[in-house]
Design a protein around this ligand. Structure first.
Ligand SMILES: *Cc1c(COP(=O)(O)O)cnc(C)c1O
Length: 425
């Protein structure tokens, strides 16, 4: 063991030894994750080959962007990866929330109702829907909203959902990852069960899945089990860390067409939208995404196992199945949360010299601490951690482009706790 190299990087022998012991115990788990990566790699590769991706696809267009071969081919590749008729994959989609908003606003008309059958949607959708009033919300346009919460044991409230579906119910939105909620992330199998139940009651309802943080964690996607629209961000999983901006919407042709009309203008749709110089990064990022996601999942499992060993409550547990790339560790005190984030920040490739401190954040009741040193600003497929300054002082962390980097980041987080005498090995 090259203890000296670790020592120079600020990691002690104790932390190295414990980490190595943990890694050995995770061998089988890691090989299962590698298998998922291989199957997803095959899926992405097959889609690129089938659609004859060539050097010509990497040339960018400007202006209107008519006949942008790279953009149009990339959308066919995404459609094949997600097994859908069509896809809209654009740098003009500015973030995940924007992609979700486009899909909702394109497919809900005045008088329609949107239903969330599995609890509250992602925080940023509250303004889009009008749960919190905002100019331009769906509510302003006369779209109503209804929500059925999960039962106390986090299972679906099938009776409640059945009662909530009515003549006006046009679109159902399901969020795969837990986001900032306390519930577990849904597996694709659970989403399948929910979609089947809903379509059994109302076959023509549009089911849309917020797929953020879930892509390539399993070998099936929501679009494989009946979702009509599957939506996500390119600065998370499917961008593979290389996409500098963008979002995607995959689904049924007529629904995607409406999304394109909403994104640009009715009549113009997906025919315009120059790809500028983005194409290479979007293709190469998608190509890397299965292994980047696998690294992130391994990193999450490693952190869970390490902190579990030291007696912390972790969600999910190290031996539980994974359906997204998020790991949380309940650190228990303010000091530990700050030290953890300091360790993550100090091991970043960018802004490693910065010290994260808790600060107020619009929309949050408590101060929040955030650690990120990313090549793409705000990218959370890169190693990042954050947590609200309130009990149980849980840190949520995700991402990391390579497993060695995530491992070093987690080791450093533990080292910071040890240096401040906040825990013991
Ligand atoms: C990240 C995320 C979004 C969208 O967030 P943006 O910051 O706008 O990209 C939506 N839903 C979930 C579950 C997410 O994790």
């Amino acid at each position: 063991m090259s203890y000296e190299l670790y020592e120079n990087f600020g990691i002690s022998k104790k932390v190295v030894d414990l980490s190595e012991e943990i890694i050995v115990s995770l061998k089988d788990r890691f090989s299962d994750i590698d298998k998922v990566a291989e199957l997803n790699q095959m899926k992405v590769l097959g889609a690129m080959q089938k659609n004859r991706v060539s050097a010509a696809c990497f040339a960018g267009t400007t202006g209107y962007g008519h006949d942008d071969l790279g953009r149009d081919t990339l959308e066919k590749v995404y459609a094949d990866v997600f097994h859908t008729d069509a896809a809209l994959v654009r740098g003009q989609i500015t973030c995940g929330t924007h992609a979700l908003a486009v899909a909702l606003m394109a497919n809900l008309l005045p008088g329609d109702e949107m239903l969330c059958p599995a609890g509250k949607p992602y925080d940023t959708l509250e303004e889009v829907i009008g749960i919190r009033d905002c100019p331009g919300s769906l509510k302003e346009y006369g779209v109503t909203y209804s929500q059925v919460d999960l039962l106390p044991d986090n299972s679906f409230d099938f009776d409640g959902i059945s009662a909530a579906i009515n003549d006006k119910t046009k679109l159902v939105e399901i969020q795969r990852s837990k986001g900032y909620e306390m519930r577990p992330t849904f597996s694709v199998a659970q989403i399948c069960e929910l979609i089947k139940f809903i379509k059994g009651i109302k076959p023509d309802v549009i089911v849309m899945v917020d797929n953020c943080y879930g892509e390539f964690v399993e070998t099936l996607e929501p679009s494989d089990v009946g979702a009509d629209l599957t939506v996500g961000s390119l600065i998370k999983n499917p961008g593979g860390g290389l996409a500098p901006i963008g979002g995607y919407i995959c689904g049924k042709k007529e629904l995607i067409e409406r999304c394109a009309y909403r994104l640009t203008a009715p009549g113009i749709g997906s025919d315009v939208g120059a790809s500028l110089m983005l194409n290479t990064q979007l293709y190469q990022g998608l190509f890397l995404a299965p292994t980047v996601v696998a690294a992130a999942v391994k990193g999450a499992v490693f952190a869970a196992a390490l902190y579990e060993r030291l007696g912390f409550n972790v969600i999910p547990k190290s031996d539980e199945p994974r359906y997204d790339i998020i790991q949380s560790v309940e650190l228990g005190t303010k000091e530990k949360l700050i030290a953890f984030c300091r360790g993550i920040q100090s091991s970043a490739p960018v802004d490693s010299f910065a010290t994260p401190v808790p600060a107020p954040l619009p929309g949050y009741g408590d101060d929040v601490i955030m650690a990120a040193g990313a090549f793409v600003q705000g990218s959370s497929i890169e190693l990042s951690a954050d947590g609200p300054m309130r009990p149980p002082y849980a840190v949520y962390f995700q991402g990391g482009l390579t497993f060695p980097h995530i491992k070093l980041g987690i080791m450093k987080s533990l080292q910071e706790l040890l240096n401040d005498n906040l825990t013991e090995i």
